[in-house]
Design a protein around this ligand. Structure first.
Ligand SMILES: CSCCC(=O)C(=O)COP(=O)(O)O
Ligand SMILES: [Zn+2]
Length: 210
């Protein structure tokens, strides 16, 4: 009988799924220099999340820890991601959210710089917009928000909350920093992350050609 407030088998399952997926994203160069962080919901009150400062391409099971929905470590003295609050705010707000992925690819970072002034990236007319849950046609548009960066996670989380009050979102950029994307499970969050990456790359390519 475990004295832990969560199911350790569920943590092991989440850690396994996170590590495999993070390694694949890392191999694409999306997690340079220990950047990026990742999480999965374990149950109504617990989230499995990456430990802060680890090389995300070389994670082992011990690099995944548990926090509650307020971002407090549970039954561990490990330090969770510096950006834990940006994950837990989504789990707290949306019971259906099952996975949050944050990466620092070159495309995401360059796009965040170029579109910070506008405050969003307008993505329209692409077949790949159908990768976002809820979209059934290319004849649609998405405004991907670009938030000013901050070392104060409460400031950033408040800005995200403001956006979520106004619109349905599957992701946002932070200026000079990277991309957050999420979904109901790993497969959906990854599809959203990969779609944003592709669409941002397409927009950057078009800007070069125009
Ligand atoms: C060296 S990257 C700076 C921090 C960051 O943006 C990031 O994504 C990684 O932080 P963590 O604490 O989750 O390792
Ligand atoms: Zn980051």
């Amino acid at each position: 009988m475990s004295a832990l407030p969560y199911d350790p088998a569920r943590l092991a399952h989440c850690a396994g799924e996170l590590i495999v997926n993070i390694r694949e994203l890392s191999e694409r160069g999306w997690t340079p220099a220990t950047s990026s962080n990742f999480s999965q919901r374990m149950d109504e009150r617990h989230v499995a999340i990456t430990v802060s400062g680890r090389d995300k391409g070389r994670l082992v099971e011990d690099d995944i820890m548990v926090v509650d929905l307020d971002g407090r470590p549970v039954a561990t003295d490990k330090k969770s991601s510096a950006e834990t609050l940006l994950h837990t705010q989504l789990y707290k707000r949306f019971p259906e959210t099952g996975c949050v992925l944050h990466t620092h690819s070159l495309v995401q970072t360059v796009a965040s710089r170029l579109y910070a002034g506008a405050g969003h990236v307008h993505l329209e007319g692409y077949e790949l917009l159908k990768a976002f849950t809820g979209n059934t046609t290319h004849e649609t548009a998405i405004e991907l928000p670009v938030l000013p960066n901050s070392q104060d996670m409460s400031t950033l989380a408040a800005q995200v909350d403001c956006l979520l009050d106004q619109q349905t979102l599957w992701g946002y950029l932070i200026d000079g920093h990277g991309l957050y994307a999420w979904g109901r499970d790993m497969a959906e969050a990854r599809r959203h992350l990969e779609a944003f990456e592709f669409l941002l790359a397409a927009e950057l390519e078009l800007r070069k050609l125009r």
